[in-house]
Design a protein around this ligand. Sequence first.
Ligand code: SF4
Ligand code: SF4
Length: 335
Amino acid sequence: MSIQTQTLYHGGVMVNYRCTAACRHCLYACSPTREAGYITRETARNICRLLRAGRCRSVHIGGGEPFLDFNGLVMVVQELNSAGIRIEYVETNGFWASMPEATERLRCLLVEGVDTLCISLDPFHAEYVAYSNPLGLARLCDELGMGYFLWKEQFVPYLSRLEADKSHSRAEMEARLSAAYIRDTARAYGIRLGGRAVNIERAYSAFSPYDELVDDKPCRGLLSTEHFHVDLHAYFIPSGCTGLRLPLAELIAGIPDGRYPVFEALYRGGVAGLLRLALERGNEARGGTPIPFVPDKAGYPSKCNLCFHLRRYLAQYGFKELDAEYYEESLKYSE
Ligand code: SF4
Ligand code: SF4
């Protein structure tokens, strides 16, 4: 029997994976080296149709960095408007705030009906974007009547110990903020420890042997639609379990049995089911030589961290529901 989904409650449209930053907590492992594509009008229109079919009434727009292609962003805004889907806010790291065209861009978005920006601001972003940019963008929004919220405003006093007009390396952050700024920022955020944040979890957590972490509790949250995303290829990305993806069209129509073995293993049998699948694949000859899954002798900080590494291993077998680029980008992390 195919797996059916429910109403699409609360989500975002990810217009790209390319970003000017490579934040160490990025759940989607976005970076300047990820695929350069931006959502096309055809895909944006198709996503709008599917969102309507899933009874979705509003979304935010995110990335990657949506402002890397401003004309593309305006196109997505127009498609959502035409489909009658409300835009809650547009996310940005504010890298463009000091560009001469910043005022014109905000005016244009206001004309198109966008009324709120979510402006990223925290020590992780400040490693790539001088924090004068998000603060400058906030001031410009005030002047022009654009609504905004700083995500997260609580970091402003902390960041004031840095020079406002430049980004800062990890070593500079550790010297000026705290030797533990990574741990403290992650805790203050309460971030999901997926994507590039798997490295944060490994750095600051106790490890357990892999077999103590394995259980067969089904991962039903994979189909939660409380904070889902749809990417520029019209894939549904589960809210916390990034690196997995399913065509949004199939999610709405019903996911055929047997088409997505990794997804099914987790959805029906949890990480125990995923481990079984990895061990089975490892026993099969691949190019004449079996490559078994070898658990890390040091163990893992959590079940979900083990799941990440199992999926990274399985991505080499070409499962359609695994985004292989995501796993490699996630592990590019500045120590
Ligand atoms: S968290 Fe935002 S700004 Fe940072 S890399 Fe990810 S998409 Fe880019
Ligand atoms: S074990 Fe994997 S699929 Fe299940 S909740 Fe954790 S990350 Fe998601």
